[in-house]
Design a protein around this ligand. Structure first.
Ligand SMILES: Nc1ncnc2c1ncn2[C@@H]1O[C@H](COP(=O)(O)OP(=O)(O)O)[C@@H](O)[C@H]1O
Ligand SMILES: [Mg+2]
Length: 232
């Protein structure tokens, strides 16, 4: 797969549009988005529910295809890749914390965290997964299935899973949305540690203004358009 091109932005988005067919006709979810994110930068995307934040994140992470426009990850244009190449690019560079967690139902907390590490051939996958689960305060829930965990616990498993491969880019969709204050600040601290220690680029969708302020840049999504502005 492509080598990292450090002088290219981590993410570049050019005139990105996303429309979907609905029973009421064509719905435009994203309207001509332009964005550049540097390597190691942390950005927050805030904005009302339904504005298109999750849709944008899915396109940036090569999980979905735009109607038009282009996303470049490390200089690689996603529209030129087939599904297999996109999967390889995701595996190599990207982690995603989903708003709905997307844990594997039939795997325990520990197995969910180990899975991407094993797929990526990480040495000591089990030890690293145990340490990561300890970090998110779940050492007492290793053998629980997702359905036996609370929402906040599932979110922390998803966070441990996203961190295990030290991704180049981490997309996090409301990563503290289901957490109490103590766990929220722990996760926040982990996000910025990863950013500083592994130079991971962070793209965080959040309603938490404290978290947004800690990012280097803040962007607001309104009705499918992205505006750069400092949050108060
Ligand atoms: N596949 C789809 N089909 C129809 N409507 C969709 C689809 N995906 C998203 N939407 C609509 O697009 C808008 C943006 O959704 P989303 O990106 O999830 O917003 P946010 O994450 O900002 O809350 C919402 O109104 C949502 O209902
Ligand atoms: Mg969303």
């Amino acid at each position: 797969m492509s080598e990292s091109v450090e002088n290219k932005p981590a993410i570049k988005v050019v005139n990105l549009e996303k429309s979907v067919k609905t029973q009421e006709g064509l719905l435009t979810i994203l309207k001509g988005i332009d964005l550049e994110v540097k390597h190691g930068e942390s950005i927050a995307i805030v904005g009302p529910s339904g504005a298109g934040k999750s849709s944008l994140l899915g396109l940036l992470a090569a999980l979905d295809n735009p109607t038009s426009g282009e996303v470049f990850l490390d200089g690689v244009g996603l529209s030129k890749l087939d599904e297999e190449q996109k999967a390889a690019l995701r595996k190599e560079k990207v982690s995603f914390i989903f708003q709905s967690f997307m844990l594997v139902d039939t795997l325990t907390a520990l197995e969910n965290v180990m899975l991407p590490a094993e797929l990526a051939g990480v040495a000591n996958a089990k030890e690293k997964s145990l340490a990561m689960l300890e970090k998110v305060g779940l050492s007492h829930r290793l053998n629980h299935l997702p359905k036996q965990l609370s929402g906040g616990e599932q979110q922390r498993v998803a966070i441990a899973r996203a961190f295990i491969c030290e991704p180049k880019v981490l997309f996090a969709d409301e990563p503290t949305g289901n957490l109490d204050e103590a766990n929220g600040s722990k996760v926040e601290q982990m996000l910025f540690e990863l950013n500083q220690e592994s130079d991971t680029t962070l793209v965080i969708v959040t309603h938490d203004m404290d978290l947004a302020r800690k990012c280097q840049r803040q962007l607001t999504m309104y009705d499918g358009s992205l505006v750069e502005e400092k949050v108060a």
